[in-house]
Each structure stands twice: as C-alpha cells, then as structure tokens.
Ligand binder design. Structure first.
Ligand SMILES: C[S@@+](CC[C@H](N)C(=O)[O-])C[C@H]1O[C@@H](n2cnc3c(N)ncnc32)[C@H](O)[C@@H]1O
Length: 805
C-alpha cells in the first residue's frame, strides 16, 4: 500500500475508533486538509487527528447552518444575522476565532455573508456555503477551512500596511452593479443625504435609520455586501471629518482611556469615538433585529500599540435596569457558542475573541507589538437613561442551558438579557481581567465598571510557582497541564474559579524514587517472554505469538485498540464483585511490615486482589512499533480535561468526547516507591493533605514467595504524576477499571496500571475508578475519605450514618 494510502487507512481507523466517524467523512476531510497543509501528514495526525475531527464537526455544522438559514429565508422577512464562526480550535495550530462573520439579509434585501478578515496573511478561513439568491462577486474573500491563527505581521512597508487596511474594507454594490462606496454612503444615498446631514457629534435617530432601512427593503434591490481588496484604506473611506457613526451616542459614552485614537485617527481622550465600518454593520444589524435597540462596535488604538474594542448597546426605554454582570454575560455567550458550535477548546472565550480582534487590528495597522508590556483594561458602562441610580445586578448566566445562539434575533455580542433599558459600552484591550470596580458617574448617571488587568510584566517577575498561582488566580484554566509531556494537551478548567492550582510535576512515565527495585534489562526477558520472530502487526498474524501467552493465547486487544469484551468483563467482575478466592492473603504482609518493628507485630493481612495481566509486545519483540498489541505504551490518545468537580471531591478528570467500552484512557503514573518508603512519607504527611495519591502495585503479590521490601512497590503521584492522579473514586460502578499491564519486565512486582473504560462513556462525563479501599480500614496506606461518589453501591458506611444523624 502506498504510504499515504496507509496513513489514510490509519486515519480512518483511528477516527472510527476514537469518535465513530465514518470513513467517507474522514477521507473527505483528510483530502481537504492535505491540500491546506501542503500534504504534511504530521499536521493531520497531530493530537489524534484533532484537525480532522474539527473539520468533520465544522462540516456538519456548516451543513446544518446552511439548511437552517435557507429555511429561514423561505419563511419570512427576517433581517439580521450576526454570526461568529469558525473558532478553529486545534491546539496551537488553529486556535482562536479568526473571522468575524456578519450576515444581513431578508427576502427582499439579501446581503452576503460578510467575513471581516482578521487573518491578515494567506491563512485560510471557513468554507462558507453560498446562500440562495446571492450574487457571487468575489469568491476569493471567502476562505476555506481551516483558518489558522493569524501570524504576527511584520511592521511592513507603508504599501503593505495600506493593503492590509484595505483587506478590512467592505463595499456595497446594488443590483444594477452600481458601486456604493460603503454602507455609510449607501445609507446616506440620494435625498436622504440632504435631509439628514451627518455632522460630528450628531446622532442619527432611530426613526430616521428605520425609515432608511424600510426604504432599502422596499426598493427590492438585491444587494451584495462583500469584502473588497485593493481599494482606498478604509479609515479614510469610512470616516470623514463631518461624519458621525450612526449609533454612537456621545452624550452617553463614558470617558474613555486616555491616549487612545479611534480608527479614524482622532484622539479619543475625552469621549469614545471612532467610526469604522464594523460599527455601521453592527448598527444596521442592531437596528434591524431589535427594532428599538441599537448597538455599535468600535475599535480604537493608542500610540503605544494598545487597542480597544467598544460595544455600545442601546435598547428601548424601560423603567428598570437589571445590570448584568459582565463576566456572566460573557460566560453565557461562551456557553451558547460552545454548545451550538460544539466548541471543545477550553481556550475559547469571548475575552480572547476580543483580544484576537485587538491583536489583529494592531497587526493589520502595523502597530506596536510589545504585547508583554501592555497594560490592559476592560471598561463597560451601562447607561440607565431611566434615571435610576440603583441598579440591580442580575446573573445573566441563568438558564443558559436552554439557549442557543439565534441567527435571527440575537447577536454574538449582545443577548436578550439586555432587553431592559440598557446601554452598554464595553472597552476591551488585551489580556485577562483581574478585578472589577463599579461606580455610578454623578454627571452622566452611567454605571461604569473598570476591570484592571494583570500585566504580563508583573507575572514574569514573580517566581515560577507564584507565577503559576498568579495565572491561576486570574484564569479559569491552563491550556495544558502536561507541559508537552504527552502526545495530547490536557487542559485544566477551573469551572468554579475557586480552586488552587494543583501543586505537582507532570510526568508521563513512572520514575523510581530510591529503594524500589525496578530494572529494565533485555537480558531478563526470555524468549518465551517476547516475540522476536514476529514481523509487522502481531494481531494480524494467524497464530498468536508468545506475548499472547499471558492472556491464555489470545490477544487482549482488538485491532481497533480496545480491550476485548470477554477479557474486560472478567476484569470488571473481579473488581466489582470479587470472590474470596480472588484475594491473596500474605503470611507477612508488606503493608504490615511498614512498621519499623518489622515482623514483630502480628496483624492479619487484609488481602490483595489478584488481577489478570495484559502483556504488550516491547523492544525485544520483532513486530512493528505500530503493532496492535502495543496500546498502553503508546500513551494517551483520548481528549481529556482536568476540571473542578462540583461535589467537593476536588479536581477530577473527564473525557471531552464519547469513549467506547474498552478504550484505554491513561495509566496511573507516579514515583515508584517501596511500601516502606510510602509508609514513611505518609507518617511525615500525617494527614495534612486534603487528597492522597498512592496506589499499590499488589496485583501479583501472591504469585510465588515472600516479597522483599524493595519488591513490594507502589506508585505515589503526590509530587510527580500524570493526569490519572485526578481520577476520583466511585464505589463499584465506576466507568474505568484498572488492569495491570506488563511491558518492559516480565516480573510482576512492577507493572503499568492502565485504565480502560468499563462501558461506553458520554462526552464530558467524569472518569472514575473504584480505589478498592475499605472506608473502615484506618491503617491502609491509602487514606480513607468521606465518599461523595453518589453511587447507590457506596461502601462508605460512615457516610450513611452521618446522613442518618
Ligand atoms: C487520587 S486523588 C483524586 C484527585 C483529587 N480529587 C484532587 O483534587 O487532586 C484522591 C483524593 O480525591 C478525593 N476523592 C476522590 N474520590 C472521592 C470521592 N468519591 N468522594 C470524596 N472525595 C474523593 C479524596 O480526597 C482522595 O484522597
């Protein structure tokens, strides 16, 4: 098979097994992506085919969107769609939202999807399906997926800058092909321009704007709004000295940050100004969709390269103002878009989106790129023109679950929560908010809040750990706790924002501490313990090789990389309903030996569950590295997240995608310590820690003879560990089971403790395993806790009595 066909087959198999994606969809996605990535398979295969997964998801969504929109066009006079599309989430390659798409149309006026290009280079954007009735004027402005993160632009020549600025220009043509310079000129065309002269500091009122719109609709001109390149710089074409952005209400605008210059090049020291075309589009949208509400989107920049975005939202007059919390609003928008677009990237946030817009603006404008030294700020104002000083805060996050981003009457940056008399101006510059101060302006009666941002300079000065703490204090997540140690990124999401950053070093492989006897020597692997004669994939050979001997002559894995059902079910039964004969009782239990008076104290062994091992092919085997009998050693492939559990269990681990029964999730990784060493560690810790992280490697303690201290091992993930240290306990019906896996050494004192799913797991379901602890055993090295697993089989008797009391 040709190399690329082989890789294609592998991609199909992996996508099938990981996400259940049909081969046809995978092939199509891979073909497209290969074009985009210049046949670089590495990009495709990276992160478990993450880009392929995203491409397929995007494709499905696009199709759904397209169908939904076509339906809407057919049904009634709907105007106004503002959609933010294509968050391009694959790891570092295509993270963040790159395109701001604006769509405005109804049955009579059809305005083409507008992509405001924020990728200033040759990056490619979403493949936007053509809409019915649209005139295709410039297809090249519509970019195919995937849209990569915008490159930092070079300062460039004046001509380059001018070209980049041109990229943002939006032009309007009417059906006759007559070129309208821009929306503003289109709005103010013909007689209207005379009747409503637009002077600086003068606001076009709602009636006038609605009249204009009605005019436009009834003219039945089919209009196509599209992105035009190679025209005059938009800054000049849009804002002339005597023009005022149609939705800016200067009276109500807050004092803005000093030193900022609007996109028109005017200093905005005293009032928020600046009229770029986006404002007008959003204003048009706001006007159309909310009837009595307006909104405006504005970007301004300062000499030092800082950029800020303002969003001005003005709704109809009503007596009371429920002031929504800015964080809650952004969270709500994020939730909607996460759900609707199936965004799984924890990095996605409205604030980041704003940042990206600022960054791209700055890049396109060729501004200062000293990002690390930018002092950043967010400010927002809510103008209660009903005249009430006392405004109520309302958690706009309520009921977000029932919401979907509507393409007809909600914008991405405004929501129905604001349907009270509200005017919001939000000014955002780069970086992450730290705290919010609120006040009422005595003169304007505006409620303002200003969020000061942590500067990166301050963070950099701090020590490593305090830097991490500082980051955690102000961030809700870390994008990868593995620090690149794994094949995949594992983000940490502090959903409730209250948890401290876990203190440990991420390691992806077990490391011996001191006394543990763990030597991996090829000489110790006999011929019966490897398959040196094998070639290719052992799973596809007619006769099972020596490595299948451990599992009674049958491989434990399916060609798709799952544990075979019969083997898995046996392991689950052993774990959930062990019989007395499944336990080994030591004469001199290594756990009892933990006391310094070794052998003197007579305590009875509580028993060790004897487990069935899987043996994987390894270095002394002749098969290919990609042999199907090598699963655990290949590492994590599932898309995992560490998150803060709501039940007070601390952090937990979950899978973003659904997992099939028998899927390998991860192994338990930590320091390999002897029981003696663990005992001493536990004594030192003396119950100070909230959580404990040891597991015993006792699955084969009963196999032959009395164990020496250095052979009775356990893994302690307290200081060094992998993501498995976050897996919480669930009594009996956990969705993971641990299976001992022999890889490097045939003796079973040391082995890998691998977790496989016991059943199909839902996306975002917490992953749990039964620690096998007895909650009444106070002497066990794994300290008991008050179990809140929620299982109906919960073994924590004290919990029941606590509940009764
Ligand atoms: C291996 S850690 C699991 C990760 C831990 N939740 C964290 O935040 O790091 C084990 C500890 O988690 C907590 N834990 C795990 N499962 C629990 C459960 N079902 N109920 C309450 N606490 C639990 C206990 O404190 C236990 O000592």
């Amino acid at each position: 098979m040709a190399a690329s066909e082989e890789r294609m087959a592998r991609a199909c198999a992996a996508m099938e097994s990981l996400y259940g994606t049909p081969a046809k969809a995978v092939r199509n996605a891979v073909k497209q992506l290969l074009k985009v990535y210049n046949n670089k398979w590495d990009f495709i295969e990276d992160n478990n085919y993450n880009v392929v997964f995203e491409y397929v998801q995007e494709d499905i969504k696009d199709q759904e969107d397209k169908n939904a929109k076509l339906k809407r066009i057919e049904s009634d006079d709907e105007i106004d769609i503002l959609g933010l599309r294509n968050y391009g989430t694959s790891g570092s390659k295509a993270k963040g939202l790159n395109n701001l798409q604006i769509q405005v149309y109804d049955q009579n006026v059809k305005v083409k999807d507008q992509v405001i290009e924020l990728c200033s280079d040759d990056d490619e954007g979403p493949d936007i399906p053509p809409k019915r009735g649209w005139r295709e004027i410039k297809e090249e402005s519509v970019q195919p997926y995937p849209c990569k993160r915008p490159k930092t632009s070079n300062s460039g020549t004046a001509k380059d800058k001018e070209k980049e600025a041109d990229d943002l220009q939006i032009q309007v043509y009417d059906q006759s092909g007559k070129f309208r310079n821009n929306i503003e000129s289109w709005f103010r065309s013909d007689d209207e321009q005379e009747e409503v002269p637009m002077k600086r500091n003068e606001t076009r009122n709602l009636t006038q704007r609605r009249a204009l719109l009605t005019d436009i609709v009834s003219s039945k001109n089919e209009l196509t709004l599209y992105e035009e390149d190679q025209r005059q710089p938009f800054l000049e074409s849009i804002s002339s000295d005597n023009e005022t952005p149609i939705a800016v209400n200067h009276q109500d605008c807050p004092e803005t940050l000093p030193g900022f210059v609007s996109s028109s090049g005017k200093n905005t020291n005293s009032k928020l100004e600046g009229s770029i075309l986006e404002s007008k589009i959003l204003d048009l949208r706001g006007e159309c969709s909310h009837n009595s509400e307006t909104s405006q989107f504005d970007i301004v920049s300062s000499d030092n390269g800082a950029v800020k975005i303002s969003l001005l939202y003005n709704s109809s007059r009503k007596a009371n103002l429920d002031r929504p919390n800015l964080k809650a609003v952004t969270k709500r928008v994020e939730n909607k878009y996460r759900k609707f677009y199936g965004i799984t990237d924890p990095d996605f946030s409205v604030m980041k989106l704003m940042e990206d817009i600022c960054k791209c603006f700055s890049e396109i404008a060729g501004g200062n790129k000293g990002g690390s030294e930018r002092v950043t700020q967010i400010s927002s104002t809510y103008n209660n023109s009903g005249g009430q000083d006392n405004v109520n805060t309302k958690d706009a996050c309520q009921d977000s679950s029932s919401m979907q981003p509507s393409h007809t009457n909600e914008s991405a940056l405004t929501s129905n929560t604001f349907d009270k008399e509200t005017q919001i101006s939000q000014v955002v510059t780069l970086d992450v908010p730290s705290h919010v101060n609120g006040c009422i302006d005595r003169h304007t009666r505006n409620f303002c809040f200003v969020t000061e941002m942590e500067t990166k300079v301050i963070i950099n000065k701090a020590s490593n750990s305090s830097r991490l703490k500082a980051v955690m204090k102000h961030r809700n997540h870390l994008s990868d706790i593995t620090r690149g140690e794994e094949n995949v990124q594992i983000p940490l999401l502090n959903d409730n924002g209250a948890k401290e950053l876990p203190k440990f070093f991420y390691i992806s492989k077990n490391v011996a501490f001191k006394d543990a006897y763990v030597t991996f020597s090829l000489a110790r692997i006999s011929d019966e313990n490897c398959c040196s004669q094998c070639i290719g994939d052992c799973l596809s050979s007619e006769l099972p090789c020596a490595c299948a001997g451990e599992t009674r002559g049958e491989f434990a894995y399916t060609p798709g990389g799952l544990v075979k059902e019969t083997f898995l079910d046996e392991a689950i039964t052993m774990s959930q309903k062990p019989k007395k004969h499944h336990f080994y009782y030591c004469q001199y239990c290594p756990l009892e030996n933990n006391t310094l008076e070794k052998y003197k104290r007579k305590r009875s062994c509580k028993g060790h569950l004897m487990r069935k091992f899987i043996k994987e092919c390894w270095n002394k085997c002749g098969c290919n590295k990609k042999c199907g009998n090598r699963v655990v050693q290949r590492g994590i492939t599932a898309t995992l997240q560490v998150f803060s559990t709501p039940e007070g269990k601390g952090w937990g681990l979950r899978s973003v995608h659904a997992l099939k029964k028998g899927t390998f999730v991860c192994e338990y990784v930590g320091e390999i310590v002897t029981n003696q060493e663990l005992h001493l560690r536990n004594k030192k810790r003396s119950g100070k820690e909230e959580h404990t992280y040891p597991v015993l490697l006792d699955a084969d303690w009963g196999s032959e003879r009395v164990l020496k201290d250095e052979e009775a091992l356990c893994l302690d993930a307290t200081k060094y560990g992998n993501c498995a240290r976050f897996i919480n306990h669930r009594c009996v019906d956990a969705n993971l089971v641990e299976i001992p896996v022999e890889i490097e050494t045939p003796d079973h004192h040391y082995y890998h403790l691998a977790f496989f799913t016991t059943r199909n797991v839902e996306p975002m379901e917490e992953l749990t395993w039964d620690y096998g602890i007895q909650f009444d055993d106070k002497n066990h090295p794994i300290r008991a806790f008050n179990c809140t697993c929620g299982s109906k089989f919960c073994r924590d008797q004290e919990k029941s009595s606590r509940a009764r009391a």
